[in-house]
Design a binder for this molecule. Sequence first.
Ligand code: HEC
Ligand code: HEC
Ligand code: HEC
Ligand code: HEC
Ligand code: HEC
Length: 467
Amino acid sequence: MVKPLFAALTRNFLSLAGVLLAGFAGVLLVLITLIGTLGVKLGSFISILAYLLLPAVLVMGLLLIPIGLWLQRRRERAAVASGGSAPPLPVIDLNRPTTRGVLVVAVLLALAIVVILAGAGYKSVEILESTEFCGQACHTVMQPEATAHARSPHANIACVHCHVGPGASWFVKSKINGLKQLVDVTFNSYPRPMPTPLHDLRPAREVCEECHWPAKFIGDQLVVRSHFGEDEPNSRTKSVLMLHVGGQVGKAANGIHWHVGSGTSVRYLSDRSRETIYTVELAGSDGTVKTFKTAATPPVDAQWRTMDCIDCHNRPSHVYRDPGLEVDAALADGRIDTSLPYIKREALRLLKTDYASEAQARATILKEIDAFYRAQYPAVSSERASAVTQAGKALGDIWAWNVFPQMKVTWNTYPNHIGHQQSPGCLRCHDNKHVTETGAKISKKCDVCHNVVAENEAAPEVLKALE
Ligand code: HEC
Ligand code: HEC
Ligand code: HEC
Ligand code: HEC
Ligand code: HEC
């Protein structure tokens, strides 16, 4: 039964190639799926090959078959036109058992192909949407983002959730983008570091507001930060802020979230990095527009943008911190023992050194911190050896969370715009230099954003009442 069908399909080279390709891909796909179902773990490379490449080969093979047949018919017609005799068209006679057999086989084959393709399609979408695929398939390329994501408050949210919208059009858009990235990775031509900001990110208000309710009034937030000095006892101080996050109350919004309140629209003109802001336009709900300008002339490729969540929260998921904040956090939560003399100073010195790789950084930091205490504090070195080693390990982690030499990512490659400690952040606009024609400024007054209740005090009065 199969023979006549095969013969019909393979009278020309293209269709024959199509049959072979489709058969090869189909059989491999079934085999790999069977192996997978038996519980054998396939590496991500094999899975990607199996579920992304093989279905494409299968479809290509299937397409070649009719193309071959069509070309063959054309050749035959041309032969007729030049005086040859017309080859007889096949007669479909369902009374003949062979024809019925061929039909049954053809229908079964088509069904099998549909099942295989549907299965592979389902699997491939699953793979393409996984955090592992985004973060690890191109391990080196996405390592900084994947590492930072894993320790962010959004660690359990898949990359595609923020970077790809729902629905088929976003899926296709992101895959076209993905193909370009695949080419870049294959030819090693991708940018290092990955450029920021992303100019084609899904609208933030759409993404973030899926989970965060913008109308929620957060009000004032008490922020207490611990800092440690670079002196021998690593003196601990605290800063206390009353941060006016604000939010929406009825029809009006106030505080920091006023920028995204209903009725507020802030537009700005900046360079492509969005670090230097030239003009800010505030449109009132009554239709008036207030324009704040600096004295500088914007570059020719300056761009307008309407402010949304990521103009402040530009690191919701890829959180990198500067060495000072990282070491303070590690000292505050006990990953590094605060009683090691000069540990803050030494930590900063070692973190700010250049290393060629993570392995080298971890090894050198461990060795150097050990050498420091051996030379300067022999008693600490011998009696508290494990605390010293633990500090070295914690510093290695900190380095590896923030510095990625193979991607040319180092401290502050990706500035954080919340506040004004790690980059100008809010002060890109709130610097008293953006003024209207009548002299009104975007305020730099500390109290607009927060009351600084205590700044680097050993024992802030306000905390005594709370502790
Ligand atoms: C909570 C939302 C969210 C999640 C989840 C998320 N990202 Fe991002 N990502 C962002 C935002 C916001 C930016 C920066 C936008 C800007 O400043 O233009 C960004 C930027 C990036 C950049 C550009 C470089 C940079 O750091 O600015 C890359 C690459 C990236 N993300 C990859 C990933 C990968 C890979 C994952 C999953 C491991 C992921 N993202 C998960 C929101 C997210
Ligand atoms: C799929 C749901 C989801 C999306 C989408 C999402 N978030 Fe979140 N977000 C969360 C969860 C869950 C937390 C963690 C709450 C916690 O740990 O208390 C969080 C925490 C936060 C926090 C508090 C961080 C902290 O340090 O405590 C901020 C700020 C934030 N998100 C901003 C954003 C922004 C900006 C976006 C859009 C780019 C966004 N989120 C998108 C679910 C989401
Ligand atoms: C003008 C800058 C700015 C804009 C715009 C902005 N935020 Fe915030 N947001 C802040 C600051 C500052 C905080 C205080 C917490 C902090 O320092 O991370 C905060 C806090 C938050 C928190 C944590 C609240 C908590 O209870 O801890 C969430 C969630 C959040 N913002 C979501 C959003 C979303 C969603 C948008 C967009 C609709 C947005 N923000 C727009 C500056 C901004
Ligand atoms: C793109 C420019 C821009 C950036 C960046 C920016 N702001 Fe603003 N902000 C404005 C403008 C414009 C106003 C309104 C000034 C006026 O009304 O005269 C404003 C007003 C405010 C107000 C007063 C709101 C009210 O209730 O009237 C607060 C608070 C504030 N900003 C906090 C912040 C904080 C915190 C950040 C950083 C996380 C920040 N802003 C970043 C442009 C900006
Ligand atoms: C446009 C808003 C804005 C203005 C103006 C502003 N700040 Fe801040 N500041 C912030 C925000 C937002 C944070 C919190 C950042 C964070 O969550 O880490 C902050 C954080 C701080 C911190 C705590 C840093 C830490 O980690 O201990 C201090 C101290 C501080 N500001 C001092 C000042 C002083 C002094 C002024 C006036 C000269 C000022 N700020 C003006 C928005 C502002």
